[in-house]
Ligand binder design. Sequence first.
Ligand code: GLU
Length: 248
Amino acid sequence: MRVRFAPSPTGQLHIGGARTALFNWLAARGSGGRFVLRIEDTDRERSTPENVAHIIEALRWLELDWDEGPLSQTDNEERHRQVVERLLEEGRAYRTHATGEDVRAWKELHGAERGYRGTPEGSGAVRLHVPDEGATVVHDLIRGDTVFQHTHLDDPVIARADGSPLYNLAVAIDDHDAEITHVIRGEDHISNTPKQLLVLEAMGAPKPIFAHLPLLHGPDGKKLSKRHGAASVQDLRDAGYLPEAVRN
Ligand code: GLU
């Protein structure tokens, strides 16, 4: 078993993220597997070295040790670009100038349920071809199988016009390259999963198994945040909690 924790360094380590890290750590240690730490720093405006340091410090304080990494997602950008080039050459992806306006016009014409299909043009952003037939099935250890009919899925944008990779492309490639067998993460990522599976399918790569964890909620049923008091590992630590208590 090879698992990963892939935080985005856009703030302190949220307690929900810490729980995701804990579940991955338990899965790795309980199976004699490997735990990979990957910093998802592709959002260059919001990712800071200070936040990377905070996250690493919080994981160390929680005594959740990793076996490989920290890898940086931006370090793999050349590889992401190569995959985009290959998918374009193989006709699995295409460039298009389509804007949000064009997508809306398509939906008006074909119905909101119909996934967007663009017209290949010489330049512009890169979209992945979603086949019209068939379906992508997400096998989830917690939620069971979810079937996404291809006809309902938009051709996802995987790279900008300058070739720089978008998030769902980068995640799929990085998980593949790190030979991740089980993706354990919060269920706020579930809508990304079919897109990532389609990228892997187009690459001819094997697919991991998923486990999407329910999010942590406050007593009001809303996603746990600062409004509920402590929301980050750092807050709890500052309030005097011990690592054992936070893990518990
Ligand atoms: N970077 C994402 C986050 O911090 C996690 C992505 C993933 O686990 O696939 O929410």
